[in-house]
Each structure stands twice: as C-alpha cells, then as structure tokens.
Design a protein around this ligand. Sequence first.
Ligand SMILES: O=c1[nH]cnc2c1ncn2[C@@H]1O[C@H](COP(=O)(O)OP(=O)(O)O)[C@@H](O)[C@H]1O
Length: 217
Amino acid sequence: MWERREQQPLLNREAALALGRTGTGTRAAEPGWRHACHVLLYAPLPAGSPPPGYAVLMQLRFDGRFGFPGGLVEPGGESLEAGLHRELLEELGPAASELRLQPRHHRGARVWPLGRTGSGSDAGLVTHFYIRRLRLEELAAIERGGPTAPEHGLEVQGLVRVPLGRGLPAFLQHRFAGDAREQLLGALPTLGIRAPPPPNNEDPPNTEPLTPKQGKE
Ligand SMILES: O=c1[nH]cnc2c1ncn2[C@@H]1O[C@H](COP(=O)(O)OP(=O)(O)O)[C@@H](O)[C@H]1O
C-alpha cells in the first residue's frame, strides 16, 4: 500500500530527481523511485468570455477518475520532459507533438513514499506536475485530435474542460488520480481563481493520492 499523506511539500525538479541518488550512482541506478509526469494545459478564452476566462484540460481515465495527461517516465533513460512527451503522444495524439514541454514548465513534485506494507524494490512514487499555457487554437486542436490518440477509449475515455466557475465545487467532488486534485487546486492561483472552500457539513472529498498499481493502475 502507498502511504496516504494529505499535505506533501512541493519539491522542485532537481530536488525530486536527486531522490535516492547515491554519491557514485547514476540516476539509472535508482530503482527505488518511480516518477510520473502530468501536465495541465490551459488557454485564455476570447475577450468577453465569462470569468475566469480560461479553458483547462483534464481527462477521464479508464478507472473512472479524472487526471491530467501524462504518465510514468524513466528518468534514468530519458529526461522527464521526453518521457512526458512520449506519454502525451499516446494519450493526446499527434497534436501533442507541438507541445515542446521544457523544465521551465515544471511546477513542482510531490513524493509518496511506499508504506511499510509495500513490497518489491520501490521506495515510492514522485509525481511531477507541469503547467503549459497554449493559445486557444492550439488547445482546440488537441481536443479535436484526442479521439485519434492511440490510448483513446483505452486509458483515456475523453478530454474534458474543467468547469472553473460555479461548477468547480461540484467537479471537485469527483474521484481524482494520484494528487491530481491537489495539482488542480494548486494551479488555480495561476489563473487568478480562488480555490472554493470545502462544502458545508461535509468532509473534503477522499483524494486517495496513490493506489498500488494493479494491472494498468
Ligand atoms: O493527473 C495526475 N496527477 C498526479 N498523479 C497522477 C495523475 N494521473 C495519474 N497519477 C498517478 O501517477 C501514477 C501513474 O499514472 P498514469 O496512470 O498516468 O501512468 P501510466 O499511464 O504510465 O500507467 C499512478 O500512480 C497514478 O495514481
């Protein structure tokens, strides 16, 4: 089982990559940590659109949860960004080839140590989060291309625009993969949006940051 931690501190890209690095070893010699990279793609809407005036993409996954496009990468054999690019081509299709994600788009990483009941050689998972601003035409091209992506209908059931206005509190009640919910909430200030308070008389939704991989999960 993964340990559940509600408030993991954000690490920068280098600090997260340095995890478990030994004095003499290379990153490839760090079997202990798996790394996942996901990206929030957003674009400003035309002037006069209802506030907050942005389109933000998430996807409905095979497991019924919402998450950002991306997936597991192999930082020993490829850069984080190259791994993310590969995942995006699978999940978003050819329109993703224009995205050119770079280290400057990295917005932080969270570390999820494996709990005591964990097995195997994994020390845990590091979830890296990227934010990339696009022009609306670019974002719309990704939406149009989604159904042609290799993973469409498989890992990815479809892309959605996050309702950022009055619908946001209801949207946040869904189930989210990993720490996608926290990532979305953490990105809202970038868009000038205040995170809504948890609903009255209800516990915050169960975010279940990590579940062990079983098959594809
Ligand atoms: O949007 C996300 N933000 C943060 N973590 C995520 C997100 N989507 C999935 N994860 C977590 O990252 C890990 C790998 O995710 P994913 O299912 O995307 O990779 P994969 O497609 O390579 O199997 C899983 O443990 C999952 O819970």
